[in-house]
Ligand binder design. Structure first.
Ligand SMILES: Nc1ncnc2c1ncn2[C@@H]1O[C@H](COP(=O)(O)OP(=O)(O)OP(=O)(O)O)[C@@H](O)[C@H]1O
Ligand SMILES: [Mg+2]
Length: 396
């Protein structure tokens, strides 16, 4: 009963190599109702922080021998700690303290300080931390809600697609060409939403490390031709030429079939969306040998590199279009989620800005790399490099 009535006390870690200051602080803070612990240096602090993750506040001295306050702050950042950090700076380290605030510290206080002054700062930091945590929780709840809603929308949507398809196929009575076209367009729109939901759900799974890929060697030509053939009808409908050029006898690729299909689907969907009538979309696939070619092939702005492969053989898959292109300074950013470089055009053409974020995560999970090249106004090219499979027993 007593425990139920007792409010949880905020835990504070005092990290300082000057024992007099640390002890005086501890006595004062405990008297004020906090639960404080002492760490007489950076390494002691790291040892405590490794096991205890529920500190509200960390009072962190900057100048300490061996492991200093900046290193401890970096550790807290890297481990995603929720604690609010107040840096305690000695004479001459004020600049460093300001720098620490740029890297996630909540506040700093210059030594010597009065006990009432530091207590005021602690109270303020606790309040800020509480607001921050509430905001974060709300954000997470909102994201969870969107995910749940998206997930629950998939089943009825799939049912709608199935029902329309039955009518479109003429199973319930004959329909004319115009009716068929309208029904097909309704199916395409539903499929677009399902595609978007799948992108969103899978991006979240990637982020949570919960995605399960079934990576096997596949015949690259068959996979690419299968996906591309699904875009022949919409391309024709939009008056766009779709050209496929695959090097004969191309090597196998190690991918998850569904994920790779979705990547190509996203790239072709974008190409269709951003290419005007009478344009051309070209899908090509060829092999590359050796690291030298790799270095020359991947532009400098692309930070990831495919894992070196023993055979030094890579498959290059490209989807090129003759649309409006992408400005040079947006070429990397388009792979971030919710990025639509030109809000107006992106929104006019629908979509959530998730497709390329999914593509990047999926391709990197196959040890590959994806990037975009474009000269604004002259179309875009999305290029994927995947290591060739050393296994010859492909699955189709
Ligand atoms: N082929 C392309 N030509 C011109 N711009 C493109 C092309 N592909 C992508 N982009 C730009 O990159 C942005 C992000 O693409 P992405 O596929 O991630 O999102 P989206 O297509 O807008 O929405 P979603 O894929 O979620 O339906 C697009 O909104 C567009 O601005
Ligand atoms: Mg897209």
């Amino acid at each position: 009963m007593y425990a139920m009535l007792t409010q949880q006390r905020d835990k504070i870690l005092i990290v300082d190599d000057e024992p007099d200051i640390a002890k005086a602080l501890k006595i004062h803070l405990d008297d004020e109702g906090y639960a404080s612990s002492l760490a007489p240096g950076g390494s002691a602090a790291l040892a405590i922080l490794e096991n205890e993750h529920d500190f509200s506040i960390i009072l962190l001295d900057i100048n300490m021998p061996e492991i200093n306050g900046v290193t401890v702050l970096k550790y807290l950042q890297d481990t995603g700690s929720n604690a609010a950090v107040i840096m305690m700076s000695g004479h001459g380290s004020e600049e460093l303290a300001v720098e620490c605030m740029r890297h996630g510290a909540e506040d700093y206080i210059a030594k010597p300080f009065s006990l009432s002054d530091i207590q005021q700062r602690i109270e303020r930091a606790i309040e800020h931390r509480r607001e921050r945590m509430e905001k974060k929780m709300l954000q997470e709840e909102r994201e969870d809600f969107i995910l749940m809603l998206s997930h629950d929308m998939k089943n009825p949507l799939t049912a709608v697609i199935g029902s329309i398809d039955i009518i479109r196929e003429g199973c319930l009575g004959s329909i004319n060409e115009e009716q068929e076209e309208y029904l097909q367009s309704a199916i395409d729109s539903c499929n677009e939403v399902v595609f978007m939901i799948d992108n969103l759900l899978d991006i979240r799974k990637f982020e949570a490390g919960k995605i399960q890929m079934a990576i096997h060697p596949y015949n690259a030509q068959e996979l690419i031709e299968r996906v591309t053939s699904q875009f022949a009808r919409p391309a024709k409908h939009d008056g766009i030429e779709l050209v496929v050029d695959i090097e004969p006898g191309i090597s196998e690729i190690n991918v998850d079939k569904n994920a790779f299909t979705r990547v190509l689907g996203n790239l072709l969907g974008n190409a269709l969306k951003f290419t005007p009538e009478e344009g051309t979309i070209s899908v090509s696939c060829r092999s590359l040998q050796g690291n030298d070619i790799l270095v020359q092939t991947i532009p400098g702005h692309v930070t990831t590199r495919p894992t070196a492969h023993e055979a030094n053989c890579f498959i290059r898959v490209s989807v090129r279009d003759t649309g409006n292109g992408i400005p040079e300074d947006e070429l990397d950013r388009v792979f971030n989620r919710y990025t639509q470089f030109s809000r107006k055009t992106g929104r006019e053409r629908g979509g959530a800005g998730l497709g390329l974020a999914y593509c990047k995560l999926a391709i990197e999970s196959f040890q590959g790399v994806i990037w975009a090249e474009s000269k604004s106004g002259q179309g875009s090219e999305f290029i994927i490099l995947l290591p060739c499979s050393s296994n010859n027993n492909s699955i189709n």
